[in-house]
Write a protein that binds this ligand. Structure first.
Ligand SMILES: [Zn+2]
Length: 210
């Protein structure tokens, strides 16, 4: 996929997520790797009406070279690329159900969501909670950096999920699976529930190695 096709794909997938309520206002951001740097959604932009020509472009040193100024949450993206070689795209949302789960006080902080479905296990697997820090705080970047090499999906407490993927489609589909699983988790809370057991999870890992 060339850069112009990737710009169009960012616009199309961002609009789709906006129209389905996965992002709203000017929240959420997307980045994608290109041969000579990165594309990133601009600061203050709404995912519903992105202009492909105004998408920010950064060079391989992370310097802003084209388009509008990049998102203020740029460091979340940079840390994921830095810690996870082979990452083609990163998506960060403030999606409602994931944020709701990130505010619960009685969750397992090492792995927030239980293995409810096979697709969740395959697309996310484990989801650690990163402690709360104000947006832009460098301690948030530090906390994300510490977890990113072992996890492609992270949940920021009282904030939202960040997911890295090999491609933009991979990252978007994974973060959507995460959001839907957070919704199911809240629906099932306080109900007797069967989750996948360790044998079922291991079976999935052998059938669908990543
Ligand atoms: Zn955010």
């Amino acid at each position: 996929m060339n850069e112009n096709q990737l710009r169009d794909q960012i616009v199309r997938l961002a609009k789709s997520m906006f129209e389905r309520g996965l992002t709203f206002g000017s929240s959420g951001n997307i980045s994608a790797r290109v041969d000579d740097g990165w594309l990133m959604t601009p600061t203050g932009s709404t995912m519903g009406t992105l202009d492909p020509a105004k998408i920010s472009k950064l060079d391989n040193d992370g310097a802003h070279i084209l388009g509008d100024k990049p998102t203020k949450e740029i460091f979340l993206h940079q840390v994921m690329y830095e810690q996870r070689p082979g990452t083609g795209a990163v998506v960060h949302l403030h999606s409602t159900h994931s944020v709701a789960v990130s505010c619960l006080s009685d969750i397992n902080k090492k792995n927030v969501l239980p293995p409810i479905t096979a697709y969740y296990v395959m697309k996310i697997g484990t989801l650690p909670l990163i402690p709360y820090f104000p947006p832009g705080d460098l301690d948030l970047a530090k906390a994300v950096r510490e977890m990113a090499s072992d996890h492609h999906a992270l949940l920021l407490a009282n904030h939202g999920p960040v997911v890295a993927g090999k491609s933009l489609e991979d990252a978007v589909y994974a973060i959507e699976e995460l959001e839907e699983t957070a919704k199911l988790f809240l629906m099932l809370k306080n109900m007797n529930t069967s989750f996948l057991d360790d044998a079922q999870i291991n079976d999935l890992k052998s059938r669908f190695p990543t």
